[in-house]
Design a protein around this ligand. Structure first.
Ligand SMILES: Nc1ncnc2c1ncn2[C@@H]1O[C@H](COP(=O)(O)OP(=O)(O)OP(=O)(O)O)[C@@H](O)[C@H]1O
Ligand SMILES: [Mg+2]
Length: 217
């Protein structure tokens, strides 16, 4: 997992992006995963509304026009610290270096159709989202934006899927943290070793005494 190792070397806790077509269960999964894995859940839609990180309202799409630069600026510091679970139905504008894992939730089309209609989606809003799922737009976007080995598609059709996904992702987070801790331990051991060597340095230099200073007179 190249990007995971690269990311973990700069932060002590992993960052995870959970993406997928609207209604696939990102927020439901993130809420449970946040508790199980002790990650901080950042719902980008809520953040955009709360902090007005948008360029107004789109009447056709019935949503705010997200200002991607403002969102990235807002997130930068916390992403650097790590331990963040980002929940958003897009993934191509975040810096690649932010994430150790990109989860793409996927749902059977007829199940998703029922979920979205029960939310009141109709017309083009409903059909656009169903088409987005049929053509696996988010999976494609994730694979184009991140190294393929950190992109993890997960089924989210029913409650059992949610529970299995939360388990899988919690296990993944734990194993990555153990990996990071082992590396930190190794680094500490090397530093201690170097410290001891430096402490012994004056004695060692005795073995190689400096050449006698020549009389200049
Ligand atoms: N795997 C699942 N099994 C059963 N119900 C689910 C599952 N995933 C989500 N749901 C239900 O579908 C609805 C939408 O879920 P949720 O809000 O988590 O989706 P979302 O991906 O966050 O959507 P959005 O992108 O619009 O925020 C909720 O009522 C939720 O309870
Ligand atoms: Mg949501």
């Amino acid at each position: 997992m190249a990007a995971a190792n690269g990311g973990a070397s700069r932060r002590s806790r992993p960052n995870v992006l959970v993406t997928g077509t609207p209604g696939t269960g990102k927020t439901t999964t993130c809420s449970l995963l946040s508790e199980a894995a002790g990650l901080r859940h950042v719902n980008i839609g809520d953040l955009v509304r709360e902090k007005s990180l948008h360029d107004g309202w789109d009447d056709d799409l019935e949503c705010h026009v997200i200002n991607e630069d403002l969102v990235c600026d807002e997130l930068e510091d916390m992403m650097e610290e790590g331990g963040i679970l980002v929940d958003y139905h897009g993934c191509d504008f975040f810096p690649e270096r932010w994430f150790d894992l990109v989860v793409v939730l996927q749902t059977d089309n007829s199940i998703l159709h029922d979920r979205l209609t029960s939310r009141g989606y109709t017309g083009s809003k409903l059909s656009n989202n169903i088409e987005c799922e049929i053509f696996q737009v988010l999976l494609e976007e994730a694979r184009e934006s991140y190294k393929e080995d950190i992109v993890m598609p997960l089924r989210s059709d029913n409650v059992e899927d949610i529970s299995r996904n939360v388990g899988t992702l919690t296990d993944w987070g734990c194993s990555l943290q153990v990996h990071v801790i082992l590396w930190l331990d190794l680094l500490c051991a090397i530093c201690k070793c170097l410290y001891v060597q430096i402490e012994l340095l004056p004695q060692k230099t005795q073995i190689f005494p400096s050449p006698p200073i020549k009389d200049t007179v």
